[in-house]
Design a protein around this ligand. Structure first.
Ligand code: ATP
Ligand code: MG
Length: 337
């Protein structure tokens, strides 16, 4: 259904030296710098799959989604969705897809929601019968009733997001691109949105590409994940496999005796492990140590800890999926610049 092949996107950015002089210089003789937002991204999504498209801030996710939806033209590489190249035949293409960009609404600000849907019905050429059926369905799962007569600008974030999701699903698209559809929402609204995604995926075999920073979205919805970082592929596979491959992280928690003067640095010093293999956090007498059990076995870690200090309490547990993903981001040297 979706083929993304070696997608690359460069942006030209004007850089300016500091100060007023710099501003003038930039105005008359702008210095350009190239930002590579997507470097080389390749992945495929079969029909009916919900793909979790994840990565740290600035990884290039939104840029890739914009290329897939035809908003941006790739600098190089190619994407093909349901046999179409998004930028070639935009008019036909937009009828086959739905898109939500959680960080900004696609709806008309001053129009009451209900009217917005009527306009979309005409744009997408949805017939009356299908429109009514669809609206009933969306009303039910997303609970739009309470605010459907209000102008979009008066909606709360959670209401607006539900309205946006409904708009993206109105014309029964074959593919849905959801870029952070649950950002900033409370658990109830998140649940509504997840239900809507799950239902149309099940009932209509809608293919979904979902970007999120909420691991629960991934655990509840996604069959597979593609993780990118700094514009490059980092992981492509099932969540299950990710757990198996990278699930060697363990968490050791212990509380030292009041007389102990153990510091984070002392603890780290004796182990000589890379930062990605050992994270030590301390809060008063409590230590939390996340470590790679492939580099240092659990037993050895316990022995080491007990040899350093007197402990009151100690326990070891497996890392959850969130922890695994966080450590993968760290290994990639992911940063938020
Ligand atoms: N129009 C643009 N002009 C210049 N640089 C851009 C533009 N759009 C994105 N970038 C840069 O490209 C990189 C990737 O941005 P993108 O928005 O795709 O990241 P993201 O993975 O969606 O991040 P987030 O999780 O924060 O939404 C960033 O460094 C960003 O600053
Ligand atoms: Mg983004």
């Amino acid at each position: 259904m979706i083929y993304a092949e070696h997608l690359r996107k460069e942006f030209k950015k004007t850089v300016k030296d500091p100060g007023l002089k710099g501003s003038f210089k930039a105005l008359f003789n702008p210095k350009k710098e190239i930002v590579v937002a997507a470097d080389d991204i390749t992945f495929h999504v079969p029909e009916g799959e919900i793909l979790g498209f994840i990565g740290p801030n600035g990884a290039g996710k939104s840029t890739v989604i914009k290329m897939l939806t035809g908003i941006l033209t790739p600098t190089s590489g190619e994407c093909r969705i349901n046999g179409k190249i998004p930028t070639n035949d935009r008019k036909k293409y937009v009828k086959e897809i739905g898109a939500v960009f959680g960080q900004r609404t696609q709806l008309w600000w001053d129009l009451p929601l209900q009217e917005t849907y009527h306009v979309l019905k005409e744009i997408y050429e949805v017939d009356d019968y299908k429109f009514k059926k669809r609206m009933d369905f969306l009303n039910e799962v997303l609970e739009l009733e309470k605010f459907i007569k209000s102008p979009v600008r008066t909606l709360s974030l959670g209401q607006r997001m539900r309205a946006d999701i409904a708009a993206s699903m109105l014309h029964s698209p074959k593919v849905l691109f959801l870029d952070e559809p649950t950002i900033g929402l409370d658990v109830v609204v998140k649940d509504n949105i997840r239900q809507a995604i799950m239902k149309i995926n099940k009932e209509e075999k809608t293919t979904v590409v979902l970007t999120t920073h909420d691991i629960s979205d991934i655990e509840l919805l996604c069959d597979r994940i593609v993780m990118i970082d700094k514009g490059k592929n980092v992981y492509d596979g099932s969540l299950h496999k990710l757990r198996e491959n990278y699930g060697q992280t363990r968490e050791l928690v212990f509380e030292t005796d009041n007389s102990s003067k153990l510091t984070e640095e002392q603890f780290r010093k004796g182990l000589n492990l890379k930062k990605s293999d050992l994270v030590v956090e301390r809060e008063q007498n409590s230590f939390k140590v996340k470590f790679n059990s492939k580099k240092i076995p659990v037993g050895e870690m316990l022995g080491y800890t007990l040899s350093l200090t007197k402990v009151k309490d100690i326990s070891v547990k497996d890392a959850d999926i969130e922890e695994i993903i966080r450590s993968l981001y760290r290994q990639g040297g992911a940063s938020d610049e």
